[in-house]
Ligand binder design. Structure first.
Ligand SMILES: NC(=O)c1ccc[n+]([C@@H]2O[C@H](COP(=O)([O-])OP(=O)(O)OC[C@H]3O[C@@H](n4cnc5c(N)ncnc54)[C@H](OP(=O)(O)O)[C@@H]3O)[C@@H](O)[C@H]2O)c1
Length: 241
């Protein structure tokens, strides 16, 4: 192994220091506004099988953690891929606390009212592109129109539209495309990634993004770790609240 320069050592030690513990829910409880991304992945970085099966990669403690994050948020955001694959309810039924407003990014209006995200007493918003066709009736859900940019919906406009409705604590619950686009746009304050002890060999990637040319170009993070049963939760601060 090459000998490390003092600067390189300092960098390594700083990265270790950044792994020091901060209380898991403290930063979220203290913030009147945040955007938090979350995924549960296998050891080899997949969030679902090639056919879209993701129940369950992580264990019951992580699932309860997810419901707790919903209860701490004003809005829970998912991509249309997650609704089509999982038909989630996105409620807080496993914990105390009100369910957040459910928000589905469905740029081309692929959903219909048969999905469970449109059922129950909780409000649901659909975010479609301004250039999309007229959306099919999606129950009582309001459809917000947001412009498209080169790499998808204008996510800043999405957050602004939610903030206008008083929804400032935003939980981006998946899937991989949705969380990665918020991350790439620099809009996440925090990322929770739960790593479960299983290998899947292939499937839906947690972070679908272009490969870096050199390791020096890879984005590096500090994190705090928490045991959730057999799983490990990585709590990654991306910017100050
Ligand atoms: N393990 C976990 O933590 C977890 C969590 C959630 C979901 N899942 C699994 O993940 C899979 C789905 O994940 P996924 O990555 O394929 O899809 P996804 O993120 O749920 O949805 C992706 C789709 O949402 C729309 N979308 C999201 N963000 C957008 C943006 N910024 N701009 C434009 N469109 C945007 C696009 O729809 P159009 O294609 O219509 O343009 C895009 O194809 C499912 O199998 C689900 O079971 C796992």
């Amino acid at each position: 192994m090459d000998e490390l320069s003092p600067e390189a050592w300092r960098g390594l030690l700083d990265r270790r220091a950044a792994c020091g513990g901060v209380p898991l829910y403290g930063p979220l409880l203290a913030a009147s506004a945040f955007v938090l991304g979350r995924l549960a992945q296998s050891l080899d970085g997949y969030i679902a099988t090639p056919t879209g099966q993701s129940h369950w990669i992580s264990g019951p403690q992580d699932i309860a953690h997810t419901h707790r994050l919903r209860a701490l948020s004003d809005a829970v955001v998912v991509g249309v891929g997650t609704v089509l694959a999982d038909d989630p309810q996105l409620t807080t039924r496993l914990v105390e606390g009100a369910s957040p407003v459910r928000v589905v990014l469905d740029p081309s209006c692929r959903l219909t009212s048969r999905h469970r995200v449109f059922l129950g007493g909780t409000e649901t918003l659909v975010v479609a592109a301004t250039d999309a066709r007229v959306c099919a009736r999606v129950g009582a859900a309001e459809v917000l129109r947001v412009p498209r940019e080169a790499d998808g919906l204008d996510l800043l406009a999405v957050l602004a539209a939610l903030a206008e409705r008083g929804l400032r604590r935003v939980f981006v619950e998946g899937g991989g495309v949705t969380v990665t686009r918020f991350l790439a746009a620099g809009l996440l304050d925090r990322l929770h990634v739960t790593v479960a002890p299983l290998l899947m060999g292939g499937g839906v990637k947690a972070f679908p993004m272009p490969a870096v040319g050199a390791l020096a170009d890879a984005r590096r993070f500090g994190w705090s770790t928490y045991r959730l049963g057999c799983d490990v939760l990585l709590d990654i601060p991306l910017r100050e609240a």
